[in-house]
Design a protein around this ligand. Structure first.
Ligand SMILES: O=c1[nH]cnc2c1ncn2[C@@H]1O[C@H](CO)[C@@H](O)[C@H]1O
Length: 320
């Protein structure tokens, strides 16, 4: 096998973030070289604490955690936090003791810029929360979008309803201006939206299977998953959970499990459709110059081999 792909996970842990981080740590295809933290499912301070905690659970305290920003790209401090999805502590209300480790001195965006410069074209950034740290990296270093190998992001609701409101998906809604900067920055980007992740469901039966595994990470996840299942039953009336973050992690190193379309994505930043992601599908040449004209294209996932993705996630969590 070739060299492992270097990935940095930008994360707001979060129950499905915990699953995604564990899947990555158990995947021979990748080398997780750092975590950067962001608000979203929890505030950034708690995201950092949870990231350190999860690495301690996995026995991987060798991986650095760089704390990201506490504010939106426009310095907004009125953040939308999804603690009703993940529990007040972000990890299923389990009262875990504080981690022993500390984040590194560098900020999340500084770490992203540094690593992309150090390994030009080699780093994949997997963004699982609002895109503020990535947008800050783009602003910090004009070369970042060229230096970074690929950005694989969980965000958007392409031609389907959102999960914050009918228009908007949570990560984009969290910082739409940052998302628009990232989508148009010129980097090689794969966007995995909830139009795709809603197809990958871990049922109650799958959870029972996970519980049979003796692996410490599987056992840990079974403890924290309760809140996430209750939320899905309540909000969607399903006896299962959407595997947003773990599905996105797989897109970073097994891209052929998905199909893609390509085009320019812009983000609505205000009004009732704030956070809407709109892909121009290139099927018409418009008479006028539009807000999509002359902007770089990105790849947007359109289909997923859901059974294969679910099996891979289960296998990698169970063997742990
Ligand atoms: O209803 C919701 N509101 C806010 N965040 C949510 C909701 N459902 C899931 N997520 C979280 O947002 C990302 C996917 O949009 C996932 O990280 C998921 O944990």
């Amino acid at each position: 096998m070739g060299e492992r792909k270097k990935i940095i996970i930008d994360t707001d842990p979060g129950i499905d973030d915990a699953m995604a981080i564990f899947v990555a740590l158990n995947s021979p295809e990748v080398d997780v070289i750092g975590l950067t933290t962001i608000y979203g499912n929890v505030y950034t301070t708690l995201a950092t604490r949870n990231a350190l905690h999860l690495l301690e659970i996995a026995g991987r305290t060798d991986i650095p955690v760089a704390e990201g920003t506490h504010k939106t790209i426009l310095n907004g401090t009125k953040l939308r936090i999804a603690d009703f999805v993940h529990g007040e502590d972000g990890l299923g209300n389990q009262n875990f003791p504080p981690p022993k480790g500390k984040p590194i001195e560098k900020s999340g965006p500084e770490f992203l810029v540094e690593q992309a410069k150090l390994f030009p074209g080699e780093i994949t950034v997997v963004a699982l929360g609002p895109l503020t740290n990535i947008a800050l990296a783009v602003q910090l270093d004009p070369e970042f979008s060229k230096n970074v190998g690929q950005i694989v992001l969980l965000g958007g609701a392409f031609a389907v309803n959102g999960n914050v409101n009918p228009a908007s998906e949570a990560n984009i809604f969290g910082d739409p201006e940052a998302a628009d900067i990232v989508f148009t920055c010129g980097a090689d980007i794969i966007a995995v939206g909830i139009n795709v992740t809603h197809q990958v469901i871990m049922t109650a039966d799958d959870r029972d299977k996970l519980a049979l595994s003796k692996g410490k990470l599987a056992q840990y996840l079974c403890k924290i998953l309760g809140v996430y299942y209750s939320y899905h039953l309540d909000a969607y009336e399903i006896k299962g959970v959407y595997l947003h973050d773990p599905t996105t992690i797989l897109a970073a190193f097994l891209p052929s499990l998905f199909t893609y379309t390509e085009g320019v994505v812009r983000v609505q930043t205000n009004g009732i459709t704030k956070g809407l992601t709109l892909l121009y599908n290139n099927r018409k040449r418009f008479e006028e110059v539009t807000e999509w004209s002359d902007k770089p294209s990105v790849k947007v996932a359109v289909t997923v081999d859901a059974p294969a993705v679910l099996k891979l996630i289960m296998d990698r969590l169970m063997e742990s």
